[in-house]
Design a protein around this ligand. Structure first.
Ligand SMILES: *[C@@H]1O[C@H](CO)[C@@H](O)[C@H](O)[C@H]1NC(C)=O
Ligand SMILES: *[C@@H]1O[C@H](CO)[C@@H](O)[C@H](O)[C@H]1NC(C)=O
Ligand SMILES: *[C@@H]1O[C@H](CO)[C@@H](O)[C@H](O)[C@H]1NC(C)=O
Ligand SMILES: *[C@@H]1O[C@H](CO)[C@@H](O)[C@H](O)[C@H]1NC(C)=O
Ligand SMILES: *[C@@H]1O[C@H](CO)[C@@H](O)[C@H](O)[C@H]1NC(C)=O
Ligand SMILES: *[C@@H]1O[C@H](CO)[C@@H](O)[C@H](O)[C@H]1NC(C)=O
Ligand SMILES: *[C@@H]1O[C@H](CO)[C@@H](O)[C@H](O)[C@H]1NC(C)=O
Ligand SMILES: *[C@@H]1O[C@H](CO)[C@@H](O)[C@H](O)[C@H]1NC(C)=O
Ligand SMILES: *[C@@H]1O[C@H](CO)[C@@H](O)[C@H](O)[C@H]1NC(C)=O
Ligand SMILES: *[C@@H]1O[C@H](CO)[C@@H](O)[C@H](O)[C@H]1NC(C)=O
Ligand SMILES: *[C@@H]1O[C@H](CO)[C@@H](O)[C@H](O)[C@H]1NC(C)=O
Ligand SMILES: *[C@H]1O[C@@H](CO)[C@H](O)[C@@H](O)[C@@H]1NC(C)=O
Length: 525
């Protein structure tokens, strides 16, 4: 009797652990059968991983890509990224009830998302990015309230962004880019206080950008590039985004001007607004964006002067404001931003002279586009101090004075366009300087009526990579030197409208046989 009494608690403990053991057994078996169902639905297993590794003779928790919780030994993570898997998702995946991490990125899964996935209430990280999933983005995703990351980019999802995604209170990353999503951006999305990045580029979104009703202190990236968004950028949008680092709205149909609140985003590093219909002036407050590195505002309707405060952005690396209506001269402060690699001012109404010291403090500059403006005066020799320059386009302006004979110091130069100006060069001495540019591929100086002299024989010492040589409508005379045939890669030469005499060399460079894409404009006698 004493024995029976003593053994009772033991019995209870034994009974209890037996029942938890059997519960554990069935549930890990549930996980196993869910994964085997997934294996069954994979019709192509490029690396044979599932075929060889996911076998019932080894415990599920040792299977490739499977992670289990150490306490309860249930499947908590499934990562099959980049295995070349082709197939569909079976509803059984919804039985992996402890799953918190599900990554199927970089495979070729297709079909829709089974509704049973809504049972995965512990899911925190979900990526189906870069597959071929189709159908609508299901609204039940809004019930997975533990989600931190929802990555559905690069698939074939259609339809609208469900409003319910705004009910994900812990969401940090929402990435739906490169799908075929239409409709407008639901107002609920920019209301998730934990949001860090929202990536919707390359879809068919329309309507206007919703307002931001509260502070989103974590939001760093907004990328809505390449959609059909219309209307104004909400005036107070940036009152609530003090930590924004990247704003990408290029290639939409946005109108109006840049809201003043944007200049409160002191952390902004990338600002991309090109290819819209924005108008107005660029305010002096642009200088407040002291962290800005990449700045695209090309192809809008901006007007007025480029403010000198831009010189305060000392980290600025890429500055594109082509195809606008900017007027006035370039503030000299621009040429003091030594981080700059690209300055593109093509096709504006900029005027005035360039500062003579413009090239002294641009050690990183690779591309300078000043073409199709109204610049006057000489082209500064100091440009040759910008020694990393690869592309220089000064065409279609009113530059006068000598072609800088120091251009040959730009050893990396590949593209030099000086056409349609009023540059001078007696004796064409700039050509001998340019023989130092061993990578030069394109050289155009046509339509400069004051470039005069005989075409020197050093023309044959120009870069062996030279493909285009345009020198028409200048004031060149004499005979065409036979050395021109050294230019063996030349596919396009235009030297008409000069005063050449004598015979045309029988071969010019690579023009031994004329290709259909070859243009030769020779002097007419
Ligand atoms: C399955 O893959 C895992 C992880 O790479 C490995 O540790 C295990 O040995 C493999 N098992 C079998 C049976 O191949
Ligand atoms: C997917 O593949 C691309 C290209 O190989 C790679 O750059 C990327 O890191 C992969 N994504 C993931 C999540 O591994
Ligand atoms: C997408 O995944 C495929 C493998 O399925 C990979 O080859 C490709 O590089 C990936 N693309 C990107 C942009 O990550
Ligand atoms: C934003 O969130 C607040 C609080 O969660 C809620 O009351 C409000 O309705 C939400 N607004 C939108 C547009 O979803
Ligand atoms: C924008 O709308 C036009 C006209 O409806 C359409 O042709 C174009 O494909 C759309 N572009 C995007 C990126 O949605
Ligand atoms: C821009 O900076 C100036 C000087 O630091 C400051 O007075 C001004 O309030 C700032 N403007 C904005 C919009 O943050
Ligand atoms: C630009 O910097 C100068 C000093 O270099 C400073 O006086 C001025 O307030 C700054 N302007 C802006 C708009 O930040
Ligand atoms: C520049 O202004 C003119 C005259 O207002 C206008 O016709 C033209 O479309 C504008 N160009 C750009 C690129 O905004
Ligand atoms: C550019 O920097 C140089 C050297 O620091 C300085 O002498 C010059 O005044 C600066 N120019 C402008 C316009 O700020
Ligand atoms: C510009 O280049 C010339 C010739 O290479 C050199 O003598 C001069 O010191 C350079 N000037 C500056 C400001 O770097
Ligand atoms: C070119 O220079 C000549 C002589 O100085 C001047 O008459 C002519 O107007 C100039 N043309 C242009 C387009 O600047
Ligand atoms: C869970 O998944 C469903 C499909 O959604 C199956 O029908 C069930 O049999 C499965 N349950 C278990 C215990 O494996």
């Amino acid at each position: 009797m004493g024995n029976t009494f003593l053994n009772l608690p033991l019995l209870i403990i034994f009974h209890f652990s037996l029942s938890t053991f059997s519960m554990k057994l069935t549930t890990i078996l549930t996980d196993q059968s869910a994964l085997l169902a997934l294996k069954d639905h994979v019709i192509h297993d490029a690396e044979n991983i599932l075929a060889t590794n996911w076998t019932v003779s080894t415990p599920v928790c040792n299977w490739f890509g499977v992670g289990c919780g150490s306490k309860h030994q249930r499947v908590t993570a499934l990562d099959l990224t980049g295995l070349g898997l082709v197939g569909t998702l079976p509803p059984h995946i919804g039985n992996l009830s402890f799953l918190s991490f599900l990554y199927l990125t970089n495979n070729s899964f297709h079909g829709g998302l089974p509704v049973q996935l809504s049972n995965l209430q512990r899911l925190k990280y979900l990526s189906f990015g870069n597959n071929s999933f189709s159908g609508e983005i299901p609204s039940w995703l809004g019930s997975l309230t533990e989600l931190r990351s929802l990555l559905l980019y690069r698939n074939n999802f259609k339809g609208v962004i469900p409003f319910s995604l705004g009910y994900l209170p812990k969401l940090e990353m929402l990435s739906l880019y490169e799908n075929q999503i239409s409709g407008s951006i639901p107002s609920s999305i920019l209301n998730i206080s934990s949001l860090q990045g929202i990536y919707l580029r390359n879809n068919f979104l329309s309507g206007s950008i919703p307002s931001v009703p509260r502070d989103l202190l974590s939001l760093e990236v907004i990328d809505f590039t390449f959609n059909n968004l219309t209307g104004y950028i909400p005036e107070d949008m940036f009152d609530h985004l003090p930590n924004l680092k990247e704003l990408a709205l290029s290639y939409n149909l946005l109108s109006s001007r840049i809201p003043a609140s944007l200049f409160k985003c002191k952390e902004l590093q990338i600002l991309s607004l090109s290819f819209n219909q924005l108008e107005g002036c660029l305010p002096v407050e642009i200088g407040n964006l002291s962290m800005l590195q990449i700045f695209y505002i090309g192809r809008n309707h901006f007007e007025g002067e480029i403010p000198k405060e831009i010189g305060n952005i000392t980290l600025l690396n890429v500055f594109h404001c082509e195809h606008n209506n900017f007027t006035g001269s370039i503030p000299p402060q621009v040429f003091n931003i030594s981080a700059l690699t690209i300055i593109s001012l093509t096709s504006n109404f900029l005027s005035g002279q360039l500062p003579s010291d413009m090239g002294f403090w641009l050690p990183n500059l690779q591309g300078l586009y000043l073409d199709i403006n109204q610049f006057v005066g000489p082209f500064p020799m100091s440009i040759s101090n910008a020694s990393k320059l690869i592309l220089l386009d000064m065409s279609s302006n009113y530059f006068s004075g000598p072609v800088p004979v120091t251009l040959g110091n730009l050893r990396n130069l590949k593209f030099l366009n000086m056409e349609l100006n009023n540059l001078t060069s007696l004796g064409m001495d700039f050509l001998s300087s340019l023989t130092n540019c061993k990578d030069l591929e394109i050289l155009t100086f046509d339509n400069n009526p004051l470039i005069s002299g005989e075409l020197p024989s050093v023309v044959g010492n120009l870069s062996s990579s030279l493909q285009m040589f345009y020198g028409s409508a200048c004031d060149i005379w004499g005979s065409i030197p036979s050395e021109i045939s050294n230019l063996s890669r030349l596919i396009n030469i235009q030297i008409g409208g000069n005063k050449f005499t004598g015979r045309i060399p029988t071969t010019i460079g690579g023009l031994k046989e004329l290709q259909s894409d070859t243009t030769v404009v020779m002097p007419s006698k």
